[in-house]
Design a protein around this ligand. Structure first.
Ligand SMILES: Nc1ncnc2c1ncn2[C@@H]1O[C@H](COP(=O)(O)OP(=O)(O)OP(=O)(O)O)[C@@H](O)[C@H]1O
Length: 231
C-alpha cells in the first residue's frame, strides 16, 4: 500500500501495509470532516486542521492532552530521531555504504514506535492495541547487525569522540537523539502506558548507531578522534 506524507513535522500521516500510524493522523487525513484546499474531484487535503493551535493535541485513542505531555515529548523525540537518521543516511549513501537499507528499516520501525507511544494503554481499546502492537523482532535484528559489525571493528581501547567523517559524525548525532528519545519513553513505559519492547528497542538502537558510526569511519579510512585529557 502506498505511503504518503501529510505533514513535514511531528509524526507523519503514513498509511502502510494497512496499519495506520496514529488515529489522530488518520482522522485528520481520512475523515470526511477535514477541510480541503479546493472542492471537486482534485481536492487536496489541507495539511493543517488548526485543532492544535491552543497547545493541545490528540493521542491515537482520541484523548486530548497538552502538547507538553510526556506522550508528545516522546513522539517529538522519535520523529527527530528518524530525521537525524535520514540525514545520516544521505551522507552514508554518498559514500556508498552497504548498511543504508538498515537505516531505512530502522526509520520504519520508529514509525511503529510512535504508534505504540501514541496509544496510551489506559485509554486504548482492544482494536487500538492490536493495530499498534510492537514486536520484539526489531530488537533481535539490531543485535544481529551490531554483532556482525563488531566482528569487523578493532576493539575499543579508548574513549572516542563523535568524529570520523560526515557519515560517522551524523550517526553519532543520531545516537544522542536516540538516547534522548529513550529517556523520554522511560516514564511512559514505567507507568505501563507503552510496550517495554519500545524502550528496549531504543536502548539497543543507540548501541547500533554507535557501532555503525565506527564502522562507517573505518570503511571510509577516517580516523576517529580519541579522547585525551587536556594538559
Ligand atoms: N509539538 C508536537 N510534538 C510532537 N508530537 C505532536 C506535536 N503536536 C502534535 N503532535 C502529535 O502528532 C500528530 C500530528 O501533528 P499535528 O501537527 O497534525 O497535530 P495538531 O497540532 O494537533 O494539529 P494541527 O497542526 O492541524 O493544528 C498529532 O495528532 C499528535 O499526536
Amino acid at each position: 500500500m502506498a505511503s504518503f506524507i501529510i505533514k513535514p513535522a511531528h509524526l507523519r500521516c503514513v498509511v502502510r501495509t494497512g496499519r495506520l500510524m496514529s488515529e489522530c493522523r488518520t482522522r485528520k487525513t481520512l475523515c470526511s470532516a477535514r477541510s480541503y484546499a479546493t472542492e471537486g474531484d482534485n481536492r487536496i487535503p489541507k495539511i493543517y486542521t488548526k485543532t492544535g493551535d491552543k497547545g493541545f493535541s490528540s493521542t491515537f485513542t482520541g484523548e486530548r492532552r497538552p502538547k507538553e505531555d510526556h506522550i508528545f515529548e516522546a513522539l517529538g523525540n522519535t520523529d527527530e530521531l528518524s530525521s537525524a537518521i535520514g540525514l545520516a543516511r544521505e551522507f552514508c549513501l554518498d559514500k556508498g555504504h552497504t548498511f543504508t537499507y538498515q537505516l531505512v528499516k530502522v526509520q520504519c520501525i520508529l514509525q511503529d514506535v510512535g504508534s505504540n507511544i501514541a496509544t496510551p494503554r489506559s485509554s486504548a481499546r482492544e482494536s487500538h492495541m492490536t493495530r499498534t502492537k510492537f514486536t520484539a523482532q526489531p530488537i533481535a535484528d539490531l543485535e544481529t547487525w551490531i554483532d556482525a559489525f563488531t566482528k569487523e571493528l578493532p576493539p575499543l581501547t579508548n574513549f572516542i569522540l563523535p568524529s570520523g567523517g560526515k557519515s560517522s559524525a551524523a550517526l553519532h548525532l543520531a545516537r544522542t537523539v536516540c538516547r534522548r528519545a529513550e529517556r523520554s519513553v522511560a516514564p511512559i513505559v514505567r507507568s505501563g502506558e507503552a510496550d517495554p519492547d519500545v524502550a528496549k528497542f531504543l536502548n539497543r538502537l543507540s548501541d547500533y548507531l554507535f557501532t555503525v558510526a565506527r564502522y562507517a569511519a573505518m570503511k571510509e579510512d577516517n580516523e576517529e578522534t580519541i579522547y585525551k585529557r587536556p594538559e
